[in-house]
Design a protein around this ligand. Structure first.
Ligand code: SAM
Length: 234
């Protein structure tokens, strides 16, 4: 399985026009995606995986979760053009810090300008390379524990990213894992898609971990039919 995933899930259920219209309504009313975020989203076209960033209302949801959790230190797996990173970084506030892990130098070349334009460059640290290795380095460096983790990189590595997140977080930390529904394919235990198996393996790991409370929410919208897991360390 290449670590470069197609941007969109297979379109067994393409995003319905109504879903897109509803996303647009809430984004225009509640979310307030500013021109900097719009520019960051558009710059995804210069990355290895165009259109793979979270939707605006999902970015706002992540930002709200960070604020609700009172998180000041955030770790992200999968930066792309830094769209979700900006939502996370704005939510930790000036005294906060976000570390974001990205494999592709081509993508990292885009993010610095996006972070600067968004006014968050000072509080974001981008580490280039395979996220398992970058996270292992953070563990061996005994960095200060993180309060919030967003896992949104290559899905087959989800179990490894969860294991690293558990090494790198404090009690009470929140861990969010994106794209866990995959057009409903998550329920197919015989799936030959390693991304589906990556989701199912991380579900098994969470289920077997008595230190984690978790749930999953399905979502429909401009990105189609997908969803996320929200877990919290006891
Ligand atoms: N979180 C971003 C957002 O919402 O704006 C979207 C991230 S995109 C879905 C997934 C990203 O993970 C891509 O930029 C891809 O290059 C990166 N990626 C894939 N495999 C990786 C790996 N092994 N280590 C680190 N990053 C990886």
């Amino acid at each position: 399985m290449s670590e470069r995933e197609p941007a969109a899930p297979s379109n067994r259920y393409p995003a319905a026009a109504e879903w897109q219209t509803v996303d647009k309504y809430f984004t225009e009313t509640l979310v307030g995606e500013d021109p900097t975020l719009v520019a960051a989203r558009k710059s995804g076209g210069e990355t290895t995986m165009p259109n793979a960033e979270v939707a605006a209302n999902q970015g706002a949801f992540l930002g709200l979760l960070v604020k609700i959790a009172g998180a000041k230190r955030v770790l992200e797996f999968g930066t792309l053009a830094g769209y979700s990173t900006i939502w996370l970084a704005r939510s930790v506030g000036e005294s906060g810090h976000v570390v974001t892990l990205e494999l592709e130098p081509q993508n990292v070349a885009v993010v610095e300008e996006n972070f600067r334009a968004a006014g968050v460059a000072e509080r974001v640290e981008t580490i280039v390379g395979p996220a398992t290795e970058s996270a292992a380095q953070l563990i061996s460096d005994s960095v200060e524990p993180f309060d919030f983790v967003f896992i949104d990189a290559d899905k087959p590595s989800n179990p490894a990213y969860l294991a690293a997140a558990l090494e790198l977080t404090r009690s009470g930390a929140v861990i969010v894992i994106d794209n866990v529904v995959r057009n409903g394919a998550v329920v197919d235990g015989d799936s030959s898609d390693p991304r589906v198996q990556g989701v199912r393996s991380v579900v098994d790991a969470i289920t077997a971990n008595p230190d984690l409370d978790a749930t999953a929410l399905q979502a429909v919208g401009e990105k189609g039919w997908d969803g996320l897991i929200i877990a919290r360390r006891r």
